[in-house]
Design a protein around this ligand. Structure first.
Ligand SMILES: Cc1cc2nc3c(=O)[nH]c(=O)nc-3n(C[C@H](O)[C@H](O)[C@H](O)COP(=O)(O)OP(=O)(O)OC[C@H]3O[C@@H](n4cnc5c(N)ncnc54)[C@H](O)[C@@H]3O)c2cc1C
Length: 344
């Protein structure tokens, strides 16, 4: 049994802690739940195959992350008897016109060969879109991706914490600085890593999501996630409630006050996608998303017994659980499936 101290209880720290504790190791997680924690603000979309990013190392990680999710959640929910909010209702990816729809259809379908978890991929007419998601605009054709899923970041963290405790680990809600200890220290501090590193390689973005309610005569629970035009996406959060986002603002500040102009912008976007409904803003969720210069996570030892996992970027909920599995394997001398050297 090896001893581990984890500093930071977002998706990175909690996933690593869960896998280590499950394997029988001694785990203590410290988390001070800073305002702006990325994991609980997140939209929780797991649908990496539709991205146009060409970075192969990133794609290997998120593809493996999406593939691991169903088994990981089944086991976590069974162990803890807690829901994580995981739903796999597919994704509707909207496009400006039929030409772009066709190109996207070909690009996404080509990924089915080495990513069977993507499920069926099919083109949707504007009318098909309306049938699948009655509130949505009928202005755009789409591609439907069966494997698209979503997770609730807060519920996932709560289940992981319970899992760590059930497997004999500890979770302490307080500040902790990485000092010399007779244990491996895993530093998963997200945007706050600069408190420890003089020159952190992780920066952060302030990202805002608008949570809203549709004043709709009928509501349909469990609609697919919507990947809108450009970087916009929509997830359902309740019977008639949705979240739309996000904004991206590179910053050095840790102020998480939402900006009025961002709320107005997201509200206008919501009106564009839900044109037949009256929209009531509920709240803005703001998170500080940690990222590195090459947009790949940073994973590995930095000195002595201090190991860092950070910079999970905009796909941290997708990659978090598989990173947890792989890091736990590496730190306990087991075979990893991914080459973690790619992210050092
Ligand atoms: C608005 C938004 C939407 C997103 N949508 C998606 C999405 O749809 N799909 C997806 O895959 N990803 C998404 N992401 C990205 C994802 O949320 C992040 O990549 C991920 O949550 C980062 O996790 P983390 O554990 O590294 O950091 P965090 O979740 O920020 O956790 C870091 C934790 O460390 C704690 N901490 C720091 N220093 C200390 C210390 N000294 N002592 C104790 N505790 C400390 C903090 O309090 C915090 O709780 C989104 C992010 C945001 C902000």
């Amino acid at each position: 049994m090896l001893p581990f101290i984890i500093i930071g209880g977002g998706i990175a720290g909690a996933s690593i802690g869960y896998h280590l504790a499950k394997a029988g190791h001694s785990v203590t997680v410290y988390d001070r739940f800073d305002q702006g924690q990325a994991t609980s603000a997140s939209a929780g979309i797991i649908c990496p195959w539709v991205s146009q990013r060409r970075n192969k190392k990133w794609y290997r990680l998120v593809k493996e992350g999406a593939s691991y999710y169903p088994d990981f959640i089944r086991e976590l929910e069974k162990t803890t008897q807690q829901s994580t909010g995981y739903q796999r209702n597919g994704a509707i990816c909207l496009f400006k016109d039929e030409h772009i729809q066709q190109l996207a259809y070909e690009r996404i379908s080509a990924k089915q060969i080495d990513s069977p978890e993507i499920g069926k991929v099919k083109k949707l007419t504007k009318q098909d879109v309306k049938t699948l998601h009655p509130h949505l605009t009928n202005l755009y054709p789409a591609v439907f991706v069966e494997g698209g899923a979503q997770i609730n970041g807060e519920s996932l963290l709560s289940a992981l914490k319970k899992g760590i405790l059930l497997y004999g680990g500890k979770w302490i809600n307080k500040d902790k600085i990485p000092l010399k200890e007779a244990a491996t220290i895993i530093y998963t501090a997200g945007a706050w890593s600069r408190e420890f590193f003089e020159e952190p390689n992780v920066r952060h973005q302030k990202a805002e999501l608008l949570h809203l309610e549709l004043q709709a005569p009928t509501s349909k629970s469990e609609t697919p996630i919507v990947m809108g035009l450009g970087p916009m996406y929509i997830v359902q959060t309740g019977d008639a409630t949705f979240a739309i986002g996000t904004t991206h603002e590179d910053t050095d500040s840790f102020d998480i006050t939402p900006l009025a102009e961002h709320q107005q912008y997201l509200h206008k976007e919501a009106e564009r996608y839900f044109p037949e409904n009256s929209i009531q803003d509920q709240r803005m969720a703001v998170g500080l998303r940690p990222f590195t210069r090459d947009n790949l996570p940073s994973i590995g030892y930095v000195k002595d017994n201090i190991y860092v996992v950070n910079g999970l970027g905009s796909s941290g909920l997708t990659a978090g659980p598989v990173i947890g599995r792989e890091v736990a394997a590496q730190l306990t001398g087991k075979q990893t499936k991914l080459s973690l050297e790619d992210y050092q």
